[in-house]
Structures are given as C-alpha cells and as structure tokens.
Design a protein around this ligand. Structure first.
Ligand code: GDP
Ligand code: GDP
Length: 460
C-alpha cells in the first residue's frame, strides 16, 4: 500500500502550492470528492520510483481562532488517514496562535509529524524559523514550495522507512545471457505462483462514490449468504473484511461502506474515505465498482476506475438503482456507458437493483470469471503460438525500413496476466499494433474481466 502523507496547517501557508508541486508530474488521480469530504484533495505523487498519496486539506477556512476552527473535521480525518503529517507553517508571517493549537493536537497523535516552514525564499530562513522550534516538534524543515527549494530533501526524510532500499537489479541482463534456460526455470516459479493465486479466496472490494448503494448491496449479499462477521478495530482507513462462501467458492468481501460501523452512534461525518477505497483496491484481487444509474458516469467513477486499472485488478461494474428507470433513461445510460467506458470493454457490466435484489445473483458469475481469468494458466508454448498466429494474420509494421520482429512470448505474472514478448525493435511498435496483439491474446486465451499487460523486451 502506498504511504499516505497529509498536508496540514493554517490557511495560506502554502499547502495547495506544495500539493501541486508534488502531484503535477502525475496526471493520474487528482480528484476532488465533494459532498461528504468537502474540499479534501487527493493526489498521487512520485519521486523517483517511490509513489505516495498526498492529501491536501486546503479547504479549511477556519478563522484561526484556536483548535476548533482550524482543526475542524477535514484535518482531523486527513491526519487519521495519513502515515505521516507535514505540518506547514509560514516563515514570513511567523508563529501564530493557531500554529500552537495545531502543534498541540499533533503532539498527542501517534503519527510521524514533520514541521515544515514554507516561504523561506529571499529571507534569512534560519532566524525566521528559529521560533518554530518552540512548537516542540523537533526539526524544522525549510522549504519554498513555490520554487521547489528544499522540497525534495524534506520529502525524502518524510518517506524514509516506507520503502525498501532499492537494490540495483540486473535481472534483465541475466535473462539475456541465460536465454531459454532461465525462462523455463522462471516458468516453474510462475506456475507455483499461478497455483497459489488460483487457490486464494476471491477478495472482492466493493467500491464506489458515496450513496451509490454499496451498503445496500453488501447487506443484500450478506443477507443471502451465511457469513461470519467479526468486529475489527477501525479507523477511517480501514474497511471491514467479511469471509463468506458461495457455491463452495470462498470469498472475502472488502466492505468499504462500513455496513457494521454505520450503526454506531458516532459514525456520522464520514463513511466514505478515498484512502480507505484505495487501500481496499490494493488489498483486493477483484473489484466490484458500483455506479449510480441516476447520476450517469461521474468523474469520481472514472477516477476509481483509473486506480483499479492501474493496480491491475480484475473488474466487474454494477450499475445500481436500475429499478424505476424509464426506458428512455435506460437507453441514455447505456449509450453513455458505451461512449465513456469503451476503453475497458473487457469488464462485464451488470444492471442491478441492490434495493430489490434484481440482478445481484448474476454478479457472482462475472466476478468468478474475472478472477479466474486473471489467474488462468498461460504457458510459453501457448503464448508463442498465439503470437505467431497474430503476426501471420497481420505482419508487424516496418519501422525505419526494418520490419519489427517478434520472436517468442512467455508469461511474466498473474492477476493481472502479464505477457512478455521478446523480439527486435519491439519498443518501436505503434500503439495500434500493441492493441491488436492485446485483443488477439484476449480472444484466443478467453480472458475476460481482467486487464492484460504486455511487456516488450528487446533481444532474444
Ligand atoms: P494554502 O491555503 O495553505 O493551500 O496556501 P496556498 O498554497 O494557496 O498559498 C498561499 C499563498 O502563499 C499563495 O499566494 C502562494 O503563491 C504563496 N506561496 C506559497 N508557497 C510560497 C513560497 O514558497 N514562497 C512564497 N513567497 N510564497 C508562497
Ligand atoms: P453507499 O453510500 O454507497 O453505501 O450507499 P447506500 O447503500 O447507503 O445507499 C444510498 C441510498 O441509495 C439509500 O437511500 C438507499 O436506500 C438507496 N439505494 C441503494 N440501492 C438502491 C437501488 O437499487 N435502488 C434504489 N431506488 N435506491 C437504492
């Protein structure tokens, strides 16, 4: 799971500026979830190979009078969700009462806190920042978010310990030298992995934006099945894991809606949490994305979809609240789905009513098909044969007057299936041809409901 870093501080200290700097290199997942989450913003950031999630609490507009105003709602939740907190102060304005109130709160948390003094450009940073040591949060990191000064060093420190030290890998070189022998050895290991994955329960994350009907659907599923529900200590980051069996097939439902927790009195503000959802996707092997038919496809749906695909999870889509829709509206929703979700044509779409139970039973078929597809055994000989058929049907194009040559293919992993293709100039294959290959493999292997990845490697 990616580490989560929350940016906390008074208004105007530069949180959004830092957020934008950290996330702008990525076009992925920067999403506003309005409604329950108000203005909290989530972004995916990447420094070298290290990816993490940043939460910006920029929406706090408290009047800086004490803890209540400043730390209201959003910041508390962001802190709760985060692995580390960057507490930002303004080096130009100096220490404010509200900074002390925030510091006091943070000192009580069992969280890693980094005190970050921003806007140190063009001023004597050391003397401007000295007073912040009085907040009792240790080191004061000097940065200028607007110019990127000091940001890298501060982030490196904050992320320290979250990532395994990167070992220089020369795996690829080995493979070239050892050739076929290495691959056979590798295939044996992969086979074991495939067997292991195929025997796992289906870990199904039920996700979707607020109010699409996740709880209703989860309750419906649970109502029909024998389940053992057990209480788990929960923060806003935790989903509930519910083991169940259906037709001899083992499942673990990952309930992001918090069916159980909802009944508790103090569970009022927030039952939807983006981080919880992202974590559930990571933890799952199959995702059931619930969409509200009445809202059509919202940006938030696409955002969750993007994350699911990025994570390589098997996917089934449930368009909920199909009851009571007019024929006209049904047609409209279907054509919108065609138009906007055409790019994930491998995922099955079900039209259901969680409230009445209509269509819910059929979801299992697609879920099982999706997970089974993603762990279905694929052998080197089979893949190479399919690849050869594909290239015979349609030659790879010429690139700079030379024909791209594909030599052989082998499996590189499961859930999602990874196909590794070796050949000459393969990196130059146009995307259209890659898509052609992808579809050819999908049809020939009958892989449904899961993304397929193809990796091209130069050489034999
Ligand atoms: P937020 O309310 O904490 O999200 O603060 P913003 O990111 O919106 O920044 C508030 C103001 O501070 C804006 O006018 C920024 O341009 C300015 N600002 C942010 N970072 C820096 C910095 O490193 N140096 C200077 N001089 N100004 C900055
Ligand atoms: P969650 O936030 O995604 O867990 O959504 P809930 O399960 O709490 O449902 C939100 C609202 O939508 C509730 O009022 C449900 O009764 C309603 N709802 C859920 N499923 C359906 C459905 O299939 N049809 C209709 N008409 N309403 C539904």
């Amino acid at each position: 799971m990616l580490p989560v870093i929350a940016l906390v501080g008074r208004p105007n200290v530069g949180k959004s500026t830092l957020f934008n700097r950290l996330t702008r290199t990525r076009d992925a997942l920067v999403a506003d979830f309005p409604g329950l989450t108000r203005d909290r913003k989530y972004g995916q950031a990447k420094i070298d190979e290290d990816e993490f999630i940043v939460i910006d609490t920029g929406g706090i507009t408290g009047d800086e009078e004490g803890l209540d105003a400043v730390m209201a709602g959003q910041s508390l939740l962001a802190i709760d969700e985060a692995d580390a907190v960057l507490f930002m102060v303004d080096a130009r304005v100096g220490m404010m009462v509200a900074d002390q109130a925030i510091a006091e709160h943070l000192r009580k948390q069992e969280k890693k806190v980094f005190l970050v003094a921003n806007k140190t450009d063009g001023i004597d940073a050391d003397s401007a920042c000295a007073e912040f040591y009085g907040l009792g949060l240790g080191e004061v990191y000097h940065i200028a978010a607007a110019h990127g000064k000091g940001v890298r060093q501060m982030i490196d420190t904050a992320l320290d310990g979250f990532f395994e030290p990167t070992v220089e890998s020369d795996e690829d070189d080995d493979e070239f030298e050892l050739g076929q022998e290495y691959i056979e050895d590798d295939e044996e290991k992969l086979l074991k992995e495939q067997e292991r994955l195929a025997a796992l329960p289906i870990k199904l994350a039920i996700i979707g934006k607020p109010n699409v009907g996740k709880s209703t659907l989860t309750n419906r599923i649970l109502g029909e099945e024998r389940v053992v529900v057990y209480d788990q200590p929960g923060t806003t980051r935790d989903s509930i894991y519910i083991p169940m069996t259906r037709d001899d097939r083992e499942y673990v439902l990952i309930d992001t809606a918090g069916v159980r927790k909802r009944k508790k009195v103090n569970e009022t503000v927030e039952k939807f949490s983006v981080i919880k959802t992202l974590k559930a996707i990571e933890d799952s092997n199959t995702v059931l994305l619930v969409i509200d038919a009445r809202d059509g496809i919202a940006e938030q749906d696409l955002c969750l979809l993007g994350y699911t695909l990025n994570a390589g999870r098997s996917l089934v889509i449930a368009v909920n609240k199909w009851d009571g829709m007019t024929d006209y509206d049904k047609e409209r929703v279907k054509s919108e789905l065609d138009r906007r979700l055409g790019f994930i044509d491998f995922a099955k779409i079900h039209f259901i009513s969680a409230l009445h139970g209509t269509g819910v039973g059929h979801l299992y078929e697609s879920v099982e098909e999706a997970y089974d597809s993603s762990t279905k055994r694929i052998s080197t000989s089979m893949l190479t044969r399919i690849m050869t058929m594909a290239t015979d049907d349609h030659n790879p194009p010429m690139v700079q007057n030379r024909r791209v040559k594909l030599r052989y293919a082998h499996a590189g992993g499961y859930n999602p299936p990874l196909i590794v293709i070796h050949g000459n100039q393969v990196k130059k294959l146009p995307d259209s041809y890659k898509r052609y290959l992808m579809n050819y493999f999908r049809r020939s292997l009958q892989i449904m409901g899961t993304p397929i990845r193809i990796e091209f490697r130069e050489g034999s």
